[in-house]
Design a protein around this ligand. Structure first.
Ligand SMILES: *[C@@H]1O[C@H](CO)[C@@H](O)[C@H](O)[C@H]1NC(C)=O
Ligand SMILES: *[C@@H]1O[C@H](CO)[C@@H](O)[C@H](O)[C@H]1NC(C)=O
Ligand SMILES: *[C@@H]1O[C@H](CO)[C@@H](O)[C@H](O)[C@H]1NC(C)=O
Ligand SMILES: *[C@@H]1O[C@H](CO)[C@@H](O)[C@H](O)[C@H]1NC(C)=O
Ligand SMILES: *[C@@H]1O[C@H](CO)[C@@H](O)[C@H](O)[C@H]1NC(C)=O
Ligand SMILES: *[C@@H]1O[C@H](CO)[C@@H](O)[C@H](O)[C@H]1NC(C)=O
Ligand SMILES: *[C@@H]1O[C@H](CO)[C@@H](O)[C@H](O)[C@H]1NC(C)=O
Ligand SMILES: *[C@@H]1O[C@H](CO)[C@@H](O)[C@H](O)[C@H]1NC(C)=O
Length: 427
């Protein structure tokens, strides 16, 4: 039996409709915007082959282009990963002043308006592109219509405090703002950012900030109720910044590493850290701290992870007051000048840290007596005593007392004689 021709027509139509839908791909206006963006990037980026898959060809679906992600339901562009378009292998190397100080001849200015047609954009990564700022009147204030933009990474560029962060206050949907390693300097204009009520993570590390305007300081950030992660590392802040941070009650992670906190060897201000009642991770590494400052730190009961690496903390271990951090899981005291064994009081105080699993004492001046002392602490899973001055025969007997140990590093010490291990034998 022949099917009536109208049924055939219907089926044919359905097939065409399905095919059309399957290959619908990205929106015309978003495709055009991306192609214009490519042309603009091409005129600024020195790499010969910028975004080769972004082809000006009607059959090419922009949702399948490199570094573009679309929403699989509605085909709007939601994610642009336009980092390091020069494919420079050195860009994300460890912080390197020399690299950073290199000539800026490749710097160029962004036209933020070009991104505005990508109405549903959620995440934009422009890191490591030698961007020196924005074209006049084409700054981030233009992004205020991008109501879904949550993540903006502008790190490893040459933004200075004329182009940023003032205009970023307009992007009120932001949850994550990364400005690491730029040329921001002078005073941090917190006032400009308090409109970012959804901000969860702010990273202004590796810039040249040294202060805060008395009335526009970090205390203003207390108005950001969701701010949990604040990264201020490797700037030039001194101890006077700390009281201004104490109102940021929602903070869970605070990094002050690489600042000049201990430079004036004063304990002033550190007590105000006690107000950070939700703080879980505190990074105070590379901050010139001496023992007296550590001893003045208030008990932050919520703290799980304390990093004191590379300071000038001397004398015996543990440090007075450390046992007040009763929820501590990880303590890093590597690269300090600690020595000597635990005193009875010290041992008592350390054994109060019942959750301490990881203790890093690498690169200090401990001798063999530290091992015996530490073996009284049962919670350790991970102990690092590499690069100390522990000599004599291998302390197999003492080590067998560490009940929970999973990982132990004793490399680069001065042991001699035969190696015997008396770990708990599996039976
Ligand atoms: C954006 O896409 C890149 C890959 O292109 C992916 O690594 C990244 O996780 C995505 N970001 C978000 C927020 O979805
Ligand atoms: C994709 O779009 C749909 C419908 O607009 C929305 O419900 C969903 O959350 C979006 N998904 C993503 C990952 O943006
Ligand atoms: C920036 O891009 C927009 C949109 O493509 C364009 O209309 C505008 O002229 C550009 N601005 C400058 C200063 O080039
Ligand atoms: C942006 O891309 C770089 C390089 O892939 C990555 O390291 C960085 O984490 C990305 N930023 C965000 C916010 O995901
Ligand atoms: C920007 O940097 C200059 C130093 O070049 C400084 O004097 C000025 O106060 C800074 N502006 C802001 C808003 O921090
Ligand atoms: C600490 O930094 C603030 C802000 O930059 C500055 O005003 C003050 O003089 C600095 N303190 C000392 C002792 O240098
Ligand atoms: C730092 O201050 C403490 C306590 O006041 C003191 O004992 C120590 O000697 C000082 N350090 C230096 C290098 O002056
Ligand atoms: C331990 O360090 C302190 C202070 O840094 C020093 O005075 C003392 O002599 C050292 N003790 C040993 C045994 O090296």
């Amino acid at each position: 039996m022949e099917w009536p021709s109208f049924v055939k027509a219907l089926l044919w139509g359905l097939l065409v409709f399905l095919q059309f839908h399957q290959h619908r791909g990205c929106f015309h206006e978003e495709r055009i915007a991306l192609l214009e963006l490519k042309a603009f990037l091409k005129s600024n980026i020195i790499h010969a082959d910028v975004l080769p898959s972004w082809m000006d060809d009607a059959k090419s679906d922009c949702c399948s282009w490199e570094r573009v992600t679309c929403n699989s339901t509605n085909s709007h562009v939601i994610n642009l990963s336009l980092y390091n378009l020069n494919h420079d292998p050195d860009y994300y190397e460890d912080y390197d002043y020399n690299y950073y100080g290199q000539d800026d001849e490749n710097r160029w200015l962004l036209n933020v308006s070009m991104l505005v047609p990508l109405k549903e954009l959620k995440s934009l990564n422009l890191s490591a592109n030698s961007i020196g700022g924005c074209l006049p009147n084409e700054g981030f204030e233009k992004m205020s219509s991008l109501r879904n933009l949550r993540i903006l990474d502008l790190g490893y560029n040459y933004f200075d405090n004329n182009s940023i962060p003032q205009s970023l206050g307009a992007v009120t949907s932001l949850e994550t703002l990364i400005l690491t390693q730029n040329k921001l300097q002078g005073y941090f204009p917190a006032q400009e950012l308090i409109a970012l009520r959804n901000l969860n993570k702010l990273d202004i590390s590796r810039n040249y900030y040294n202060g805060f305007l008395p009335l526009q300081g970090f205390e203003r950030l207390a108005l950001l109720p969701k701010l949990e992660i604040l990264d201020l590392c490797f700037n030039s802040f001194n101890y006077s910044i700390i009281p201004s941070l104490s109102g940021l009650a929602s903070l869970k992670t605070l990094s002050l590493a690489g600042n000049d906190l201990g430079w004036f060897n004063t304990t002033t201000g550190f007590e105000s850290l006690s107000r950070l009642e939700n703080l879980e991770t505190l990074d105070l590494s590379h901050t010139y701290l001496e023992r007296s400052i550590i001893e003045s730190l208030p008990a932050v009961k919520s703290l799980k992870n304390l990093n004191l690496e590379q300071n000038f903390i001397g004398g015996s271990f543990p440090i007075k007051g450390i046992s007040a951090f009763e929820n501590l899981e990880k303590l890093d005291l590597s690269y300090n000048i600690l020595n000597g064994s635990l005193t009875i009081q010290g041992l008592e105080s350390l054994s109060r840290l019942k959750k301490l699993e990881t203790l890093d004492l690498r690169y200090n001046f401990f001798d063999k007596s530290i091992i015996e002392s530490l073996s009284a602490v049962k919670s350790h899973k991970n102990l690092n005593l590499a690069w100390n001055h522990i000599g004599g025969s291998f302390p197999a007997k003492e080590l067998s007392a560490f009940e929970n140990l999973e990982k132990l590093d004793l490399s680069w010490n001065n042991f001699e004689g035969p190696l015997t291990i008396q770990g708990n034998q599996p039976n």
